[in-house]
Write a protein that binds this ligand. Structure first.
Ligand SMILES: Nc1nc2c(c(=O)[nH]1)N[C@H]1C(S)=C(S)[C@@H](COP(=O)(O)O)O[C@H]1N2
Ligand SMILES: [Mo]
Length: 381
């Protein structure tokens, strides 16, 4: 029998249990585990979408969807919200199965050793993946490696280990999918499950307002308020941090490189046909906010530069250093009528922190690619 503390647990891990020990039984593990599994699936699918939009392989780039314009806002908001909900679920699940993690003797057979090794991989990948994602939303990088490739690689490890775990535990999970009449819920397990649900509810409600605008007032635990700056959307990197503060508008030029290259002053750009689009900025870190952007269509600039139909474009910032100073507009974005070189936000000239004098804004696109302080656009062949 498994004792509450799990210390004197005997060899037969599946033996019937009672009292507090049933908080550590297969029914509890199943009830929490299926929510956990659903969360992993949601995070994985939305993560694949984010990865595809940010770093599309060559075959995908010409086919990227620019609609719905709020698509990335929803998928990435869901990614981060679900990742946050995984924290309490993961902790409760680990607590529930703790006696099983520390069985004596630690290894009974080759098969048992293999199963325990796979659980070890599962638990470490899950803890690390969720932790990395969480601290990334706070823009805190207490490690020497780049976040994205590690989060990406670990996602595959986690999904593989989860699938293996589900396959191994399927018979048990099936047997405990529903509460059996012989095993009434009891106040202890009911409290545990209700408490877990409440914890998920609290962490979700206090953060999800960073992307769900009507709930923004509740988002007291979100790293950034969704309407943080004077112009109504958060600032990811300020002009000062990017080293482009104090830019002289009179001396700024937009260079468009292509078969028929040209330069434009800010006044000349302002004199071109202006278009307004309501589009969100959706940061990979989970916050998002919609605004009315006004500026010149990128496709108009590309046409004027003699770009062949279906060409992509590269956007280069005046920012000299940093990973986000250059972005590419694959053809669907480059030619979309809603993709703007924006000069205004919500009717006012862009502030320095939002990319003055000009920034890119495109539909259904990760915020990290909405390049600020644009100085140059290049036609790609
Ligand atoms: N040149 C440049 N553009 C940039 C960035 C940057 O660091 N440098 N940050 C990007 C990121 S990660 C986001 S989420 C958006 C945020 O835009 P905002 O600060 O105007 O809200 O700008 C993007 N454009
Ligand atoms: Mo971002």
């Amino acid at each position: 029998m498994v004792s509450p503390g799990g210390r004197k647990s005997a060899v037969s891990g599946e033996a019937p249990v009672r009292d507090r020990a049933r908080l550590h039984d297969a029914r509890t593990a199943t009830a929490v585990g299926r929510w956990l599994g659903a969360g992993v699936v949601v995070c994985f699918v939305t993560g694949l979408i984010s990865h595809g939009l940010q770093t599309p392989p060559d075959w995908l780039a010409p086919r990227l969807p620019t609609r719905p314009v709020w698509g990335y806002r929803v998928t990435q908001g869901l990614h981060v919200a679900t990742g946050i909900a995984l924290v309490p679920l993961l902790l409760v699940k680990l607590w529930a199965v703790r006696p099983r993690l520390f069985v004596r003797p630690p290894v009974r057979s080759v098969l048992h050793a293999a199963e325990r090794a796979s659980v070890g991989v599962l638990v470490s990948a899950a803890l690390l993946e969720v932790f990395l994602g969480l601290v990334n939303t706070a823009q805190w990088y207490p490690w020497p490696f780049p976040f994205k490739p590690v989060h990406w690689a670990l996602a595959w490890v986690l999904v593989g280990a989860t699938m293996l775990h589900v396959a191994v535990k399927a018979p048990q999970a099936a047997a405990h999918w529903r509460r059996s009449p012989a095993d009434p819920q009891g106040p202890d397990r009911r409290s545990l499950l209700l408490g877990t649900g409440a914890a998920v509810g609290v962490v979700t409600l206090t953060t999800v307002g960073q992307s769900v605008t009507p709930l923004r007032r509740l988002a007291v635990l979100a790293p950034r308020a969704p309407d943080a700056s004077a112009q109504g959307v958060p600032v990811n990197r300020t002009a000062a941090e990017a080293g482009v503060a104090g830019l002289a508008a009179e001396r700024w030029r937009l260079t468009v490189a292509g078969p028929r290259p040209f330069d434009l002053t800010l006044a000349a750009l302002n004199a071109l046909p202006q278009h307004t689009a309501r589009l969100p900025i959706a940061c990979v870190e989970g916050w998002s906010a919609a605004a009315d952007w006004t500026g010149v269509r990128v496709r108009d600039l590309l046409e004027r530069a003699g770009a062949p139909a279906g060409a992509g474009a590269r956007v280069v910032s005046l920012q000299q250093q940093g990973g986000y100073r250059v972005s590419e507009l694959p053809p669907p974005y480059a030619w979309d009528p809603l993709t703007l070189l924006a000069l205004r936000i919500n009717g006012r000239e862009l502030s320095p922190d939002h990319g003055f004098p000009a920034r890119i804004i495109a539909p259904n696109r990760p915020g990290v690619l909405q390049t600020k302080w644009v100085g140059r656009i290049e036609v790609l062949s």
